[in-house]
Design a protein around this ligand. Structure first.
Ligand code: SF4
Length: 190
C-alpha cells in the first residue's frame, strides 16, 4: 500500500518514491523533519481542547491523528485532523512551514487524505484545510476536477515505479538535491 506522504515526495522527486518503497535505505532526515514531528505532536495535544472557531466549520465530531487505509485505492496514511458532519468530511493538515500560499503538492496530499476519509465514512468531500505554522495561517481548498485528476495521475506514476522496479530519472535541481535525505545514494548528482 502506498503511504500518502509519498504523493508530495513524488512531486519533489520521483526517486524518493523508489528509495522509500523499493530499498532498505534508512535516510538521515534533516533537523527540519524532527521539528515538524514535534510541531505535529503539539498540534495533536492542542486540538483535543480546541473549539476551532477560527475555521468557521459546522461539524458533529472530529477525528484526530487517525490511520486510514483503502485497499481499492491502494493508499494509506495518518490524518492529522478531520471534521465530520452529517453529510460531509473536511480534513485539515498542519504544516511546519512558513509560506504565503499552499504548494500544489500539499494540496494533492490533502486531497488524498480527504478521499480516504470520504470512502471510510461514506460522506461527501468538497473542501479541505491547510494550516501553516506561520501564525497558524489557514487556507481553505475547494476540491475541483483538476485536483482529482492530478492526484490519480501521480498515484498511477507511483504504481508504475513500484511495478518497474527501476530507479526513475529525476529533474531535481541542485537546490532540491542539497536538502534531500537520499543525496548520498544518487550517484549521478554532485
Ligand atoms: S538527491 Fe536529488 S535526484 Fe536524488 S532523490 Fe534526492 S532530490 Fe532526487
Amino acid at each position: 500500500m502506498i503511504p500518502i506522504s509519498l504523493i508530495r515526495q513524488y512531486i519533489f522527486c520521483p526517486r524518493i518514491v523508489y528509495y522509500n518503497l523499493l530499498t532498505n535505505i534508512k535516510p538521515i532526515y534533516p533537523r527540519q523533519v524532527s521539528l515538524g514531528n514535534e510541531y505535529h505532536t503539539l498540534q495533536d495535544r492542542l486540538s483535543k481542547n480546541r473549539k476551532f472557531k477560527k475555521l468557521n466549520i459546522k461539524y458533529d465530531e472530529f477525528v484526530l491523528n487517525k490511520y486510514i487505509e483503502n485497499k481499492d485505492l491502494n493508499i494509506c496514511g495518518i490524518v492529522d485532523l478531520a471534521f465530520l458532519s452529517k453529510d460531509e468530511v473536511t480534513p485539515i493538515e498542519f504544516k511546519f512551514i512558513n509560506t504565503k500560499k499552499p504548494s500544489y503538492s500539499h494540496i494533492l496530499q490533502l486531497y488524498a487524505y480527504g478521499l480516504l476519509l470520504s470512502k471510510k465514512y461514506e460522506k461527501n468531500f468538497n473542501q479541505a484545510i491547510i494550516s501553516y505554522s506561520n501564525n497558524m495561517k489557514i487556507f481553505k481548498i475547494n476540491i475541483n476536477d483538476k485536483i482529482k485528476n492530478d492526484f490519480l495521475k501521480v498515484l498511477k506514476e507511483i504504481e508504475k515505479i513500484v511495478k518497474n522496479d527501476i530507479l526513475p530519472n529525476s529533474s531535481a535541481d541542485q537546490y532540491k538535491c542539497s536538502q534531500c535525505e537520499y543525496l548520498n545514494f544518487c550517484d549521478d548528482r554532485f
